[in-house]
Design a protein around this ligand. Structure first.
Ligand SMILES: Cc1cc2nc3c(=O)[nH]c(=O)nc-3n(C[C@H](O)[C@H](O)[C@H](O)COP(=O)(O)OP(=O)(O)OC[C@H]3O[C@@H](n4cnc5c(N)ncnc54)[C@H](O)[C@@H]3O)c2cc1C
Length: 296
């Protein structure tokens, strides 16, 4: 199918883009990488009267470090997240999770902002943003707003952006000594995850601190699980903790069921994904200790 007719507008500045949104609001849709929007248009699941193409806004495509934060512009293509040396060095979990998105052509076109604004419950980037405690910046006619990632995702395909606003930037705090794991289960390579998990914690004297456990693909949005984070945090490092963290992570899950997986199967997958991600983080710490001992 072809999209229903729409007016195409390509603003030349962020200011112009906001003016278009103020004028057309709910009647308009922003086009970034088009990897989620174009199928919706082509199937006529949405029929906006205006499509605003922001691909000319180079000012929204950047990765830069400012002090203890990494700033990433909303129009930055996903493939850059996988390859950028600063990201690999400071927040490697972001590079690893991005590599799990679809296939290379999708990541060459798709943007970080598009993925976050689209907010598919099984998408990797929204979950990473919650795990990294990222702040998202949106801009509208009354200026900029900053929103914590966990508050930004309100439900399936539902985020805290008003019709006259656009997402412009994510700000990622850079922390030291972070061990992490990201795991997902897909039916075929490149598919959206049936269930996925990110486990991440800082390591101090063989104890985890600031543990974060985030599930995706299981409920209507990425889910931080404080109950599992409490089990993880302050524990002495050990493989045997993996089962306890995984059990806590899924204890109160209300998984959705669909054609691909029942709620019970999804819950079991989530448990296994948390356990694997935890063990990856443990392995990362063990490797780091061996490297340090070897070079002493
Ligand atoms: C075959 C296939 C497989 C895929 N597999 C995966 C996968 O495994 N995991 C995954 O996470 N994703 C997957 N995707 C989706 C992909 O990651 C998309 O790139 C992403 O969801 C949307 O990014 P985009 O830049 O293409 O945005 P678009 O498709 O251009 O836009 C998506 C939505 O976000 C809005 N939007 C875009 N930019 C902004 C902005 N700056 N401010 C406000 N609103 C904005 C648009 O209006 C639209 O509603 C897949 C896509 C395809 C086609």
């Amino acid at each position: 199918m072809k999209p229903a007719p729409f007016e195409y507008i390509a603003p030349e500045s962020l200011e112009q883009a906001v003016e278009v949104l103020v004028q057309y609001g709910d009647e308009s849709k922003i086009l970034a990488g088009g990897q989620s929007l174009m199928p919706l248009l082509n199937m006529r699941l949405i029929t906006p009267s205006v499509v605003m193409d922001i691909n000319g806004l180079d000012e929204l495509s950047y990765i830069r470090q400012e002090g203890e934060h990494l700033h990433i512009g909303a129009l930055t293509r996903q493939y850059r997240l996988e390859r950028d040396a600063r990201i690999r060095q400071t927040v490697p979990v972001l590079a690893a999770a991005t590599r799990l998105i679809g296939h290379p052509p999708i990541r060459y076109a798709g943007t970080i902002g598009g993925s976050l604004a689209h907010a598919d419950p099984a998408a990797e980037l929204p979950a990473v943003m919650c795990a990294l405690e990222v702040e998202l910046c949106v801009v509208g006619p009354s200026g900029a707003r900053r929103i914590q990632a966990v508050d930004f995702f309100r439900g399936a395909l539902d985020v805290d952006i008003r019709p006259d606003e656009l997402l412009t930037e994510v700000r990622i705090p850079i922390r030291q000594n972070v061990m992490w794991g990201v795991q997902e289960y897909t039916r075929r390579a490149g598919d959206f995850a049936l269930a996925g998990a990110i486990v991440l914690a800082e390591m101090e004297a063989d104890r985890w601190t600031n543990g974060r456990v985030v599930l995706f693909g299981v409920e209507d949005r990425p889910l931080r699980v404080p109950r599992a984070e409490a089990v993880l945090t302050q524990q002495v490092l050990s493989d045997s903790q993996a089962s306890a963290v995984a059990a806590a992570a899924v204890a109160e899950l209300d998984c959705h069921a669909d054609l691909h997986a029942s709620a019970g199967y999804r819950q079991q997958l989530a448990r296994v994904m948390v356990k694997r991600a935890y063990l990856d983080a443990v392995a990362m710490w063990n490797e780091k200790r061996e490297d340090t001992a070897g070079s002493a």
